[in-house]
Design a protein around this ligand. Structure first.
Ligand code: F6R
Length: 602
C-alpha cells in the first residue's frame, strides 16, 4: 500500500526520507520515489519502479536539500513503472506531490486540464494534483491547495512541496491517514508512524479536510473553514515493530480489521445510481457458460459466485481448483467466460489454468489485487480488488474483496444480459454498501470469538457444517483454522454427515454449524441435533432471532443481510476464530509452517 514521508529542517532531507521509506517497506510496494528542493531552489525528482535499493542507486548524493517528500507506491491506476511512480510534478516543474488514495474524478479533471493546454506524463490519477496546483497558484500555496481540494473527489493524503515556497510543506487528508511528527527546528510527515518513529514520538494526527502548513519552525493546522485548529499532541509509545502493525500484534489481525475499509475501496466509484459501473466491455450475449478457476481461498470465493450464478443467472457454471482445471481438458470454448481469481496475480497453477482456457478460445476475466501482475496481463478483462497489500500468509481481506468484486460482476452481467431486473440490482447494491458497517459491528464483538477459541484450542479435529452457501463458507472457515492453528478441520455439507463422517463425531470433536440460509435453517438445525446427540460441543453462526438455534452450546449472531450476501459476513467470525486459536497455541500466525504467500511454482 502506498506510503508517504516528508521532512523539513536542518538535516539532510534525502537520507531521512530514504530511511523513512525503508521503514514503510513492510506495507508492500512496487515503486518508490523522492523529491527535494535543492540549494539552487530547484525541484529534484528521482523515482523508479522496484525496490528502494533501485531508487538509492539513482540518487545523486550531492542533492543536499533540507526539504523533501518521498513515496512508496502500490499501483492502483496505471501499472507499476518509473513514470507512474510518485512524486508527480507540475508542467512548470515547480510543484511536486505525493498522494495516497484514489482521485475518483481524475479523468474529468485531466480532460479539463488538457483542454486548457496542460499535459500529463503518467497514467495515474495523482498527477492531476500538481497540475491543478500550477493552475491555481496565485502566490499563496495554502490558497492553491484549498482550491485544488475543492475540485477533488475521492480519498487522499497529499504532501506538496514547491520551489516557489521552499520553506514549507503543505499536507492535507481525506479518508487516508497522515501524521505530522514534531522535532526541534525540524518536522516530519508520514502516512504511518514507523516512518518517523526513530526521530520523534510526538505527533499530530491530521483529521479529514484539515490542512497543515509545516515549516522547520512549526506546524499550523487549519480546518475546512480555514479556522486555526488547536491540535492535540499525541505521544507515541510504540516500538518500531508494533508500529508497523499499527498496534496490532499480527498483520493477520490488522488485515481482518482493515476489511470494512477494503470493502469501501473496492466498491468506490463502481456503483452509479443503482447500477454497476465496472467498465467491462464483455459481449454478454455471446456468453452461454462460465468457468471459474482459482486456488485455495480464492477458489472458495469462486464457489460462492458459482452458486449464485447458477441459482440466479441460470447459466451453466464450472468451478474448479486451478491445479485440476489445467489438466482436466475442461469444457470451455469461445462462448465461455472464464473468471480467474487470484490475490497475488502470480499463482502458477492459476496462470496455467488461464492459459488452458484461453487456448480453447475462452475470454478471460480476472479478479486480482495486484495491478499489472502476470495474470491480469494475460487477461481480456480485469476487476481489481482494492484490498491493499496483504502481508499475512492467510488470506482475509483479499477474500472479502474478491467476493465484493464477484457480486458486482454478477449484478452487472445479469443486468446486461437482461436476467436481473433493475430493482433487484439496486437492492443488492444498497445491501453491499451497508456491508462495511456490518463488518465493523462483528469486529466489535471479537472477544466472543476469542472465548470460543479458548474452548477449541486443544481439539485435534473440528467440523464445519452448513448447507447451500453456508457449506462454501465452511470450506473457508476450515481452511483458515487448518492453516494457522494446525488443527485438523473438516468442512462438510451438513446433509452429508449421515453418509459416513458422522462416525467421526464424538465429544472431543467440536462442530461449527453455519446456519444463515433462511430457507435451509431448519434442516441445519436438525443436523446440529445429530451431532449434539453424539456429544459434540456445538458452535453456531446465524442471524439473530432464530429461536431454535439457541439450543447450540455457543452462538455468534450476524447482522441481518440478504441470504445470498451472507458469506461476506460469515467469514469474519471464522477468520477471528482461527486467528485467536492460533495465537492461543503460540503459533507464528503471519507465517504458518510450510506455507508461502505467493505460490509461483506448480
Ligand atoms: C489461504 C490462502 C491461499 C491462497 C491461494 C491462492 O489463506 O491464502 O489458499 O488463497 O494460494 O493465492 P492467490 O489468490 O494469490 O492466487
Amino acid at each position: 500500500m502506498c506510503g508517504i514521508i516528508g521532512y523539513i529542517g536542518k538535516q539532510d532531507a534525502q537520507s531521512i526520507i530514504i530511511n523513512g521509506l525503508k521503514k514503510l517497506e513492510y506495507r508492500g510496494y512496487d515503486s518508490a520515489g523522492i523529491s527535494l528542493i535543492n540549494d539552487k531552489n530547484q525541484v529534484i525528482i528521482k523515482k523508479t519502479q522496484g525496490k528502494i535499493a533501485n531508487l538509492e542507486s539513482i540518487l545523486n548524493h550531492k542533492d543536499n536539500g533540507k526539504i523533501g517528500i518521498g513515496h512508496t507506491r502500490w499501483a492502483t491506476h496505471g501499472k507499476p513503472s518509473d513514470i507512474n511512480s510518485h512524486p508527480h510534478v507540475s508542467n512548470n516543474a515547480k510543484f511536486s506531490v505525493v498522494h495516497n488514495g484514489i482521485i475518483e474524478n481524475h479523468e474529468e479533471l485531466k480532460n479539463m486540464l488538457v483542454q486548457e493546454g496542460y499535459s500529463f506524463a503518467s497514467e495515474t490519477d495523482s498527477e492531476v494534483v500538481p497540475v491543478l496546483l500550477e493552475k491555481y497558484n496565485q502566490g499563496n500555496l495554502l490558497e492553491a491547495v484549498r482550491k485544488v481540494i475543492e475540485v477533488l473527489q475521492g480519498s487522499y493524503a497529499l504532501c506538496v512541496i514547491s520551489s516557489d515556497y521552499p520553506e514549507e510543506i503543505l499536507v492535507v487528508r481525506k479518508e487516508s491517514p497522515l501524521i505530522i511528527g514534531l522535532g526541534e527546528e525540524e518536522n516530519f510527515i508520514a502516512s504511518d508512524i514507523p516512518a518517523i518513529l526513530e526521530h520523534t514520538k510526538k505527533i499530530f494526527v491530521l483529521e479529514d479536510d484539515e490542512i497543515g502548513v509545516v515549516s522547520a519552525k512549526g506546524v499550523v493546522v487549519y480546518d475546512s473553514q480555514g479556522k486555526l485548529v488547536d491540535k492535540k499532541l499525541v505521544k507515541v509509545n510504540w516500538s518500531l515493530e508494533t508500529a508497523e502493525k499499527q498496534g496490532y500484534p499480527h498483520f493477520m489481525l490488522k488485515e481482518i480489521f482493515e476489511q470494512p475499509g477494503a470493502v469501501r475501496k473496492t466498491l468506490a466509484g463502481r456503483i452509479k445510481e443503482g447500477t454497476v459501473n465496472l467498465d467491462l466491455d464483455i459481449e454478454v450475449d455471446k456468453i452461454d457458460k462460465i468457468a471459474i478457476v482459482a486456488c485455495g481461498t480464492a477458489n472458495y470465493a469462486g464457489q460462492v459466485a458459482a452458486y449464485i450464478i447458477q441459482s440466479r443467472l441460470r447459466i451453466p457454471v464450472l468451478v474448479n481448483f486451478a491445479s485440476e482445471f489445467r489438466y482436466m481438458n475442461p469444457l470451455v470454448d469461445e462462448n465461455t467466460l472464464t473468471i480467474v481469481i487470484s490475490q497475488s496475480g502470480e499463482t502458477a497453477d492459476t496462470l496455467a489454468g488461464l492459459r488452458e482456457a484461453k487456448s480453447k478460445g475462452s475470454k478471460i476475466l480476472t479478479i486480482t489485487n495486484v495491478l499489472d501482475s502476470s495474470i491480469p496481463r494475460e487477461s481480456d478483462y480485469v476487476i481489481y480488488t482494492q484490498a491493499g497489500p496483504e502481508i499475512s500468509v492467510a488470506s482475509t481481506k483479499a477474500y472479502i474483496t474478491q467476493l465484493i468484486a464477484l457480486y458486482l460482476f454478477i449484478l452487472d452481467f445479469g443486468y446486461r444480459k437482461e436476467i436481473l431486473n433493475k430493482e433487484l440490482v439496486a437492492s443488492w447494491l444498497s445491501e453491499l454498501e451497508a456491508v462495511p458497517e456490518k463488518i465493523e459491528e462483528i469486529l466489535n464483538r471479537s472477544e466472543v470469538l476469542e472465548g470460543f477459541a479458548k474452548n477449541i484450542k486443544d481439539a485435534a479435529s473440528m467440523f464445519f457444517i452448513g448447507r447451500g452457501l453456508d457449506s462454501v463458507s465452511c470450506l473457508e472457515g476450515a481452511l483458515k483454522l487448518k492453516e494457522i492453528s494446525y488443527i485438523h478441520a473438516e468442512a462438510y455439507p451438513a446433509g452429508e454427515l449421515k453418509h459416513g463422517t458422522l462416525a467421526l463425531i464424538t465429544k472431543a470433536v467440536p462442530v461449527m454449524a453455519i446456519a444463515t440460509s433462511k430457507k435451509l435453517v431448519d434442516k441445519t438445525i436438525s443436523n446440529i441435533s445429530e451431532v449434539k446427540t453424539r456429544e459434540a460441543i456445538t458452535y453456531c453462526i446465524a442471524f439473530k432471532n432464530v429461536r431454535d438455534i439457541k439450543d447450540v452450546d455457543y452462538l455468534f449472531t450476524l447482522p441481518d443481510i440478504i441470504d445470498e450476501l451472507a458469506p461476506i459476513l460469515t467469514v469474519v467470525p471464522l477468520q477471528l476464530l482461527a486467528y485467536y486459536t492460533a495465537v492461543l497455541k503460540g503459533n507464528d500466525v503471519d507465517h504458518p509452517r510450510n506455507l508461502a504467500k505467493s505460490v509461483t511454482v506448480e
